[in-house]
Design a protein around this ligand. Sequence first.
Ligand code: ATP
Length: 205
Amino acid sequence: MGVLGGTFDPIHYGHLRPALDIQQQLNLTRIHFIPCYQPVHRGTPQASSAQRAQMVKLALADYPQCVFDSTELDRQGPSYMVDTLRTLKRAFPQAGLVLIMGMDAFAKFMHWHQWQTILTLANIAVMHRPGELMPQEGALAGLLTQHHVTHLSKPAGQIIEVAVTQLDLSATQIRDLIQFNKPIDQLVPKAVQDFIETNRLYQKG
Ligand code: ATP
């Protein structure tokens, strides 16, 4: 099963479309979308945990192969992925875990808490993201050489690159558009857009 962690402040098609591509290409039973409670390497999200969770649920309503997962919100505290993967392993002992992340996230992977342990618990699928390249040199490039595969064949420890639909889209851009009263149609599912409007999220002042 796939595991996609994120701030989801808000969730957008740049999460959904590539995740669905990965689900199909890697033939994953389902993908768990896991909003973080307290991001470790960035500031506090603008929307509350409950609002971010609700937006993820609304976005996933039409995609039965994608499920909302409250593991990090329930645990509270800093959202270390290694802890989340341990919890999922206990809950789904038979499932092979595939941790999905964009190239920008992978670029910082060796700064993640207990990243070596993460590789013992899961495989990693790196999604191409506009403007981002895979590391060509340094420690991360070395790690990639060691673990890179073109086919996942083991339950953990492998890293695969997946060419997904390229959507030049980020939650930051969406928050900025809203601040400047610009439309966000087609960038997030309609139900998420309605939720943002009703709750006046991300507006100036
Ligand atoms: P922000 O702009 O607030 O930093 P974000 O749009 O990058 O947010 P996150 O919730 O931080 O969204 O991302 C969760 C995961 O989804 C990360 O692994 C990130 O790399 C990936 N991701 C986000 N947007 C895209 C995209 N357009 N294409 C591919 N991967 C993406």
